[in-house]
Design a protein around this ligand. Structure first.
Ligand code: NDP
Length: 221
C-alpha cells in the first residue's frame, strides 16, 4: 500500500487532498498540530527524528498561513511565523524524508504554492515571498532528485473556498472576487486535490519542476 504524508489535513485543501488519497487506497499520514507544529522548530525536529526511517511514497506540503498586512504593518512575529510555517518547515520535512524516497527509488512531492506566487496583490509581501520561495525548492529538487525517480511540482491554487479564504474575505468580497474569475466562481478544495493527486499518482511519470496554477483563469486576465 502506498503511503502519503500530507500537512494541514484537518481542513480546507489539505483535508480534500487527504480524502482523495484515502479514496484511492493510500495510507494517509496527516499529523495534527499537536503532533507536528510547523511554526515550532523543536516540534519539527522531534517529529522527523521519530519518523526518520518511515518511507512515504508521497509528500504534500500543504499547510500554510497568510497574514495580510501592508509592509509597514507586518510584525516580526508574523514575519517569522509565515517564513517558518510556509517555507522552513517544508524544507526541513523534505530534508528529513527524501532519504527514504531515494532508497526506494520512487517519490512524488507536491508543494502547495499560491496564486500570489503567480500574480501580485498588496498586503501579501511575506506570503508571496514564501510561496515564490517554495517554488524555488520545487525546481531545485526536481533537478536534484530526478535521478532517483522523485518528481517534484508546485500546485498554485487560486481563490478556493476554505476557512482561510473566509477569514481573509467578507461574503461581499467573495462575491466580488468570484465575478473577477473567468470561470465565475471560486474553486472547491476537491478541484485542487484532483490536480495534486494526479501529480502524485503513478500516472505522472514525466512531469516535474512545474508550477501548475489552478485558478479558473484568474491569472490570465
Ligand atoms: P486553511 O486555513 O483552511 O487550513 C490550513 C491547514 O494548515 C490546517 O489544517 C491547519 O491546521 C494547518 N496549519 C496551519 N498552521 C499550522 C501549524 N503551525 N502547524 C501545523 N499545521 C498548521 O488553509 P487552506 O486549505 O485554505 O490552504 C491550504 C494551502 O493552500 C496553504 O498553503 C495556502 O497558503 C494555500 N492556498 C490557499 C488558497 C485559498 O484560497 N484557500 C489560495 C492559494 C493558496 P489547524 O487545523 O491545526 O489549524
Amino acid at each position: 500500500m502506498r503511503k502519503a504524508f500530507i500537512t494541514g489535513g484537518s481542513r480546507g485543501i489539505g483535508k480534500a487532498i487527504a480524502l482523495k488519497f484515502q479514496e484511492n487506497g493510500y495510507e494517509v499520514v496527516t499529523p495534527s498540530r499537536q503532533e507536528l507544529n510547523l511554526t515550532d522548530g523543536n516540534s519539527i525536529d522531534a517529529y522527523i527524528e521519530k519518523h526518520k526511517n518511515e518511507y512515504f511514497d508521497v509528500i504534500v506540503n500543504n499547510a500554510g498561513i497568510n497574514d495580510i498586512h501592508e509592509i509597514s504593518d507586518i510584525t516580526d512575529e508574523e514575519l517569522d511565523n509565515m517564513i517558518q510555517t510556509n517555507l522552513v518547515a517544508p524544507i526541513k520535512l523534505l530534508r528529513g524524508f527524501t532519504g527514504e524516497m531515494k532508497k526506494h527509488h520512487y517519490g512524488r512531492i507536491v508543494n502547495i504554492g499560491s496564486i500570489w506566487a503567480v500574480v501580485s496583490k498588496g498586503g501579501r509581501c511575506v506570503y508571496s515571498a514564501t510561496k515564490n520561495g517554495i517554488h524555488g525548492v520545487t525546481n531545485t529538487l526536481a533537478v536534484e532528485l530526478a535521478p532517483d525517480n522523485i518528481l517534484v511540482n508546485t500546485v498554485c491554487p487560486g481563490f478556493t473556498l476554505t476557512e482561510l479564504t473566509k477569514k481573509n474575505n467578507t461574503d461581499k468580497e467573495i462575491r466580488t472576487i468570484s465575478g473577477d474569475i473567468p470561470i465565475g466562481r471560486m474553486a472547491e478544495p476537491e478541484e485542487i486535490a484532483e490536480v495534486v493527486y494526479f501529480l502524485c499518482s503513478d500516472k505522472n511519470t514525466y512531469l516535474t519542476g512545474q508550477k501548475i496554477t489552478v485558478d479558473g483563469g484568474f491569472s490570465e486576465k
